[in-house]
Design a protein around this ligand. Structure first.
Ligand SMILES: Cc1cc2nc3c(=O)[nH]c(=O)nc-3n(C[C@H](O)[C@H](O)[C@H](O)COP(=O)(O)O)c2cc1C
Length: 364
């Protein structure tokens, strides 16, 4: 018996999201600082999805250059992303000394001032985002200040706010977010918890978070975390999402230009081969479980310094690991579904995800 397609089901909800943002598939590349070269966004946007950049470490000039390069390759929509800054960290020189000695066992000597890591000026980055005029600007680790939200609205740029709990999602909607990105604990990379001290205690998985957020807010919900094939896309839409956002699954696409040692390790990683760690940046993020992450979690190892001090302290080790091709000391972020990703062009991944999800949702 054939039935008319539902007008309020998952496929209709995804279609409404696609119309609003000029997409042909409800598939978003996740913003990933350091892992979103323009070529990846160009390929995703030209395949009908949404491109993205994680611009945390980029200067205003770097932000403008990224956008110029993407615009030369696609007229499709992209999302630009920043972290909301934390208050200045508390410094503990004696403890940092112990960390420097520990890290010198894993990489080069750590310079005495390595913990003074600074990031580009947030206000100047925000101004550069507005100038770049993307389809969407996203936040993680908190909420944009009201004057910036007003500036977004005045320019017709949508605000996508990452939330890791229902309370964060409700706060984001109240602050004016146009879309909530519900980030489950399976996600690769940093957790977006507004309060880092709670990030490890409130580990809500995508399967529980997406329907709870969809019930709690009126704005569309994008599901992210552990989605890496058509089954995950279909499940997320059925749970109430309007679209999905994938990070780790895109990392093995040739356009991502990932270090081969990291890409090969992703292919082998079972869900239990990743873990949440503060050992790279001081903020908890999900990476491959490696020799370094195990050593940093040992009872006799010095606890990581707060963000971004730890990021500065580990910079030399991370750079050396890239040079050596040693995944055991690399900052190798990975979501729990890493092994579901394939080494294939990003356009074919977008096509495969949406074709398979539509078949599962009986909407082929
Ligand atoms: C290498 C890497 C870097 C990331 N950097 C950022 C970032 O700068 N900003 C952000 O909002 N999320 C960042 N994330 C999180 C992703 O946006 C997204 O939430 C996550 O990749 C989804 O889970 P998945 O990896 O299982 O698909 C990063 C993730 C990875 C894997």
């Amino acid at each position: 018996m054939s039935e008319a397609p539902a007008t309020n089901g998952p496929v209709a909800r995804a279609a409404a999201f696609c119309r609003r943002f000029g997409l042909r598939a409800p598939i978003l590349l996740a913003p990933m600082a350091g892992a979103c070269p323009p070529a990846l966004s160009i390929a995703v946007a030209n395949a009908g999805g949404m491109g993205a950049a994680g611009l945390l470490t980029q200067t205003p000039e770097g932000i403008a250059a990224w956008m110029r390069e993407v615009r030369a390759g696609t007229g499709g929509p992209v999302q630009l992303n920043l972290w909301i800054p934390d208050p200045p960290p508390r410094r503990e020189p004696a403890h940092e000394g112990r960390l420097r000695a520990f890290l010198a066992q894993w990489g080069p000597e750590v310079a005495p001032d390595a913990g003074n890591a600074t990031l580009p000026d947030f206000g100047a980055q925000c101004a550069a985002l507005l100038d770049a005029a993307p389809a969407a600007i996203s936040s993680i680790m908190g909420l944009y200040p009201p004057d910036f939200v007003a500036a977004l609205k005045a320019r017709g740029i949508a605000w996508f706010a990452v939330a890791t709990t229902v309370a964060e999602a409700v706060a984001a909607e109240a602050a004016g977010a146009d879309v909530v990105v519900a980030q489950g604990a399976e996600a690769g990379g940093h957790r977006g918890a507004f309060d880092p001290s709670l990030a490890e205690r409130r580990l809500v998985g995508t399967f529980a978070l997406v329907p709870a957020v969809a019930d709690a807010v009126k704005v569309p919900v994008v599901a992210t975390g552990g989605i890496a094939d058509g089954r995950g896309v279909a499940a997320a839409l059925a749970l109430g999402a309007s679209a999905v956002q994938l990070g780790t699954a895109f990392l093995r696409c040739p356009e991502a230009q990932l270090h081969p040692a990291w890409a090969e390790a992703l292919a082998r990683a079972r869900p239990e081969d990743t873990l949440l760690t503060r050992a790279f940046s001081g903020r908890p993020g999900r990476s491959l479980a490696t020799r370094y992450t195990a050593a940093a979690a040992a009872p006799d190892a010095p606890a990581p310094a707060p963000y971004p001090v730890q990021r500065g302290l580990t910079a030399a080790m991370r750079a050396q690991a890239q040079k050596d091709g040693d995944v055991d000391r690399m900052q190798a972020w990975a979501g729990q579904s890493a092994a579901l990703g394939h080494a294939e062009p990003a356009a074919s991944l977008v096509d495969r995800l949406w074709t398979d999800a539509r078949a599962l949702l009986n909407a082929a």
